[in-house]
Write a protein that binds this ligand. Structure first.
Ligand SMILES: Nc1ncnc2c1ncn2[C@@H]1O[C@H](COP(=O)(O)OP(=O)(O)OP(=O)(O)O)[C@@H](O)[C@H]1O
Ligand SMILES: [Mg+2]
Length: 368
């Protein structure tokens, strides 16, 4: 049984020529790969003969929009190599690989009647890599990334939100892609806005119906920082729910080594200092660690230095962890605790050596 056939029939019945064409191309490719060269060629010839100029346009160009605001409700991007590396905890990495594997082998699984795993819910604190992971999956699978603009989808007009959701899913169904519902919890917020309860029910029902009929050759990814806000029936619809947690020690070490490469630095070959940064960044997201490195690098450059200084990095870490209540004394203590030599503390904070020495004594005295 060819899953493409169902899509072609569906497209034909709905007069959706683009869908018929896209899935016929897939079918021809599949037949060809499986030795059915003659039938495959016939299908390809049929497609070619009936291709008009309009049909050649990318089916993902006429985007859906909200009727009230006229704002488009999706963004489409074709994955390209950015060179950015992502690092996740071992379990997360395994799960992501499993998800990609099961997608890659979906034809095999489907032919044996096994449902494929193509609905992924990502949740976790800000900056843990949810949006980046969706882009990575798009790159790995080669599928275009259709990102739903949920703020544009939620309409103040009664009934329009559910309609917008349907239009977005319809648009995504025109060809294999990744439909990415970023900041998914926005939909749950309808509960407390000016909307009545009936509207929320309509939205949830629309979501459920659309998720249930989502095409197996596409991937649905939803991401949220607030999983507790999601309706349990919607939650259940995702085959895989993956929490992106803050990085563990070994992952933070990888991140630190990676972000250190931003420019020459004076600490990468000092294991003790690298380890200290690993310890002191416990609980921070990859995004936070990246921000600290970038700010430190920027400030070094602005001070005319072309090396990322350990002392500057530790100072930025302190500022990040203590955004209010900055005092030179607290900063000095933090820097001393984090292996910054006294002379460097004095330089970075423009404090006299005498002052730094007295703070150092205090730190020692307080039981180190
Ligand atoms: N696991 C990671 N490995 C390496 N870099 C990461 C990772 N996670 C996040 N980053 C960096 O942080 C930036 C922001 O991450 P991203 O936007 O993917 O986080 P998010 O979980 O979607 O956050 P939010 O909840 O705020 O939307 C990325 O562009 C990337 O540079
Ligand atoms: Mg995000």
């Amino acid at each position: 049984m060819f899953p493409e056939l169902l899509k072609i029939i569906e497209g034909g019945l709905k007069n959706d020529h683009q869908k018929v064409r896209n899935y016929s191309i897939k079918l021809a490719k599949y037949l060809d790969e499986n030795g059915e060269k003659i039938v495959s060629r016939k299908v390809s010839q049929l497609i070619e003969k009936n291709t008009t100029r309009t049909a050649q346009l990318d089916s993902l160009t006429a985007k859906p929009f909200d009727n009230e605001t006229r704002v488009e409700t999706v963004d489409v991007s074709i994955p390209t190599e950015t060179g950015e590396e992502l690092f996740f905890n071992d379990f997360t990495e395994q799960e992501v690989n499993e998800f990609l594997q099961s997608y890659a082998k979906r034809d095999l699984l489907l032919r044996r009647g096994i449902e494929t795993n193509n609905r992924l819910l990502l949740y976790g604190k800000p900056g843990t890599g949810k949006t980046s992971l969706a882009r990575f999956i798009s790159l790995q699978t080669g599928l275009p990334l259709v990102t739903a603009r949920l703020d544009g989808i939620v309409s103040s007009l009664l009934g329009s939100t559910a309609k917008n959701i349907r239009k977005v899913f319809e648009y995504a169904s025109k060809q294999p892609c990744i439909l990415f519902l970023d900041e998914f919890d926005v939909l749950a917020k309808i509960r407390d806005d000016q909307h009545e309860l009936g509207e929320l029910k309509r939205v949830v029902n629309s979501l459920i119906q659309n998720i249930d009929s989502f095409a197996p050759e596409s991937i649905l990814i939803a991401a949220t920082n607030h999983p507790q806000l999601l309706d349990s029936a919607v939650w259940r619809r995702f085959d895989m729910k993956l929490e992106l947690e803050v990085p563990e020690d070994n992952v933070r070490e990888k991140l630190i080594n990676y972000f250190s490469k931003i420019m020459d630095n004076d600490f990468s070959d000092n294991q003790k200092k690298v380890h200290q940064v690993v310890v002191s960044t416990k609980g921070l997201s990859p995004d936070a660690i990246k921000t600290i490195f970038n700010t430190a690098a920027k400030n070094c450059l602005l001070q005319g230095k072309d090396t990322l200084l350990y002392s500057q990095l530790i100072l930025e870490l302190f500022i990040y962890l203590t955004p209010i209540d900055f005092s030179e004394e607290k900063a000095s203590k933090f820097m001393i605790d984090n292996l910054v030599p006294q002379s460097e503390v004095s330089n970075r904070l423009s404090l006299s050596m005498r002052k730094v020495r007295s703070i150092y004594k205090e730190v020692k005295y307080n039981g180190q």
